[in-house]
Design a protein around this ligand. Structure first.
Ligand SMILES: [Cu+2]
Length: 231
């Protein structure tokens, strides 16, 4: 997993780790029971027709088979619902609002901050130049230690806005449906790759972009230098 750069990514990572630990514990019990049955209930050489004790219609065991999975599902459900509620929570206080527009085959980011609006739009990128060092496509600049609210909209077909370092993606719909989510960036600068995660047509793979997290002062500078770009 990439190291998360948002507070929400931490929640996703913890849920992911917990789910795997729980699944592994369940797996160990199941594999153990299978192995035990394979080893201790092999066909006996001296009594080939002898079956092991049959436990059909054994009420306590039937109840156990039912109650334990229900408890397991309830535990998974509780943690998933709790974390999902937290991850998709929107507040009105986010100082930065980003309108994301997906289109065949790139992205347009309109960043609103303190009355200023900055727009970055990209053209389809050249995949032959794709490398892990140089980001391609439009770049969304955001400050660290801040809340950022995203509003997603598509001009044509369904896309999906995915920044792996957020450990989060959300579908981008055309029409009147607008998906929202919000992040709280951590104190970590850098350039993080993003891509479309919903097969949307021929040049889907060219819908690359990046998110650059910078210190607040550098962000203010950036907004000042880009002021008027919305026109
Ligand atoms: Cu796409």
């Amino acid at each position: 997993m990439p190291e998360g750069v948002t507070k929400q990514a931490g929640i996703v990572q913890t849920l992911w780790n917990g789910s795997w630990i729980a699944a592994l514990a369940t797996g160990v019990v199941v594999w153990g029971l299978i192995l035990w049955a394979c080893i201790f209930h092999r066909k006996k050489k001296n009594a080939p027709d002898q079956l092991p004790p049959q436990v059909r219609y054994n009420l306590p065991i039937e109840i156990l088979y039912t109650v334990i999975p229900v408890i397991m599902v309830a535990v998974f459900f509780y943690f998933t619902a709790r974390d999902e509620t937290e991850i998709t929570r929107i507040t009105q206080s986010a100082p930065i609002k980003v309108a994301v527009e997906g289109y065949q085959w790139s992205w347009r980011f309109s960043t609103e901050y303190q009355g200023e609006k900055v727009v970055t739009a990209g053209v389809p990128v050249d995949l032959s130049k794709q490398s892990l060092q140089t980001p391609q496509g439009p770049q969304l600049v955001l400050p660290v230690n801040t809340q950022v609210q995203f509003e997603l909209h598509s001009d044509d077909v369904i896309h999906s806005f995915w920044v792996p370092a957020f450990l989060f993606k959300q579908d981008v719909f055309p029409g009147n449906v607008r998906n929202h989510f919000q992040i709280t960036t951590l104190d970590r600068t850098g350039v993080f790759f993003g891509r479309c995660a919903e097969l949307c047509g021929t040049d889907h793979s060219k819908m690359l972009f990046s998110v650059k997290l910078v210190p607040q002062a550098e962000f203010d500078q950036y907004i000042k230098s880009q002021a008027g770009s919305a026109q």
